[in-house]
Design a protein around this ligand. Structure first.
Ligand code: GTP
Ligand code: MG
Length: 313
């Protein structure tokens, strides 16, 4: 050991740059290095759908603090949609994202090799990018500042078959339907009829969907099916080619029924060969898409400058 120390000092004295490249055992392997073996391999199995679902922490309180419209705040939902769009722009192996309320699910294609399919890397990148994008998007959609930093939990769920994946997404969309129908009736009773929260809860206890539909129609003249599709169906984000923008690609929001087989027949790129389908919107492009095109335009200008891009692995 002593002679190694002497050699080390000798080489350093002789030729500092040379000493840096000479492998000296004591420097390369500290006796602490064994702790690295405690780290576990968390690579995800090949050939399975990888779903990452994030969910807002205590959004019951967050929505109250920031005075969200009840039961649905269009702009707050769009902050979620815009943050999810940012995640899809960064991770091109995400073929579909689905969001409702304070949650978003991201579906990575089965064959993805992103981050060597390491579970923790995928989960933490998606969750942290979503959170920071939520904060960046906030002023674009909401008035008033953020009172505190929102945060999101995340989980990874694997689905071996296409049927499992479809059932997972159907489960999340059915959840929107159940919650939204209840919440719409509940807040109508409270805000329009002046019932207390407890009275509204009692009124709705034990009712079926048909009863709540009837209540909305009879007492408030509301046909539930005419409410905005984003509130009833949630938001599906897909990568598409924009027909009226010369085929430029963008992430587009859809509010369709993904439980029906029609949806999967129409958007064949999700389960089949991944080639983005085309998108046109007779009412004009949604703001979510326009924003991306404007951003793309400015980043294209930036690209004219030489850049060094960091390689994340
Ligand atoms: P944890 O996820 O367990 O931390 O609790 P949470 O309070 O976030 O509840 P959960 O995720 O189950 O539900 C989300 C909550 O966010 C809803 O119950 C609502 O209170 C609130 N929320 C989400 N979107 C909206 C919205 O558009 N308007 C309003 N008013 N509230 C919303
Ligand atoms: Mg939550």
């Amino acid at each position: 050991m002593r002679s190694i120390g002497f050699l080390n000092t000798f080489y350093k004295f002789l030729n500092p740059p040379f000493s840096r490249v000479l492998p000296i055992r004591r420097m390369a392997c500290s006796r602490f290095e064994y702790v690295k073996s405690f780290e576990q391999d968390d690579s995800i199995l090949p050939n399975v759908w990888i779903v990452i679902r994030i969910d807002g922490k205590k959004f019951h309180k967050f929505s109250k603090t920031h005075d969200f419209d009840k039961p649905n705040d269009e702009n707050a939902l769009n902050v979620m949609n815009a943050a999810a769009t940012a995640v899809m722009q960064e991770f091109r192996d995400i073929v579909l994202a689905y969001g409702q309320s304070d949650e978003y699910s991201f579906v990575f294609r089965k064959e993805t090799t992103a981050f060597k399919r390491r579970s923790a890397k995928l989960l933490t990148y998606v969750t942290s990018l979503f959170s920071s994008s939520y904060v960046m998007q906030w002023p674009r959609w909401k008035s008033g500042p953020l009172a505190y930093a929102p945060c999101f939990d995340g989980r990874v769920v694997l689905y071996p078959s296409d049927e499992n994946l479809r059932d997972y997404l159907s489960w999340r969309q059915a959840d929107v339907h159940v919650n939204n129908l209840y919440n719409t009736a509940f807040w109508k009773l409270v805000l329009d009829k002046g019932l207390s929260n407890q009275q509204a809860e009692e009124r709705l206890r034990g009712t079926f969907s048909a009863d709540k539909n009837e209540l909305l129609f009879q007492e408030f003249g509301i046909n539930y099916n005419n409410l905005p599709a984003m509130y009833r169906k949630g938001t599906i984000l897909l990568r598409k080619r924009l027909v009226d923008r010369k085929g430029r690609q963008a992430i587009v929001p859809l509010h369709e029924d993904l439980i029906s087989s029609q949806f999967w027949k129409h958007h064949t790129e999700i389960l089949g060969k991944y080639v983005p389908g085309s998108y046109s919107s007779p009412e004009g492009l949604p703001k979510l898409v326009e924003n991306q095109l404007n951003e793309k335009h400015s980043s294209e200008q930036e690209d004219e400058q030489p850049q060094i891009k960091a390689d994340i692995s």
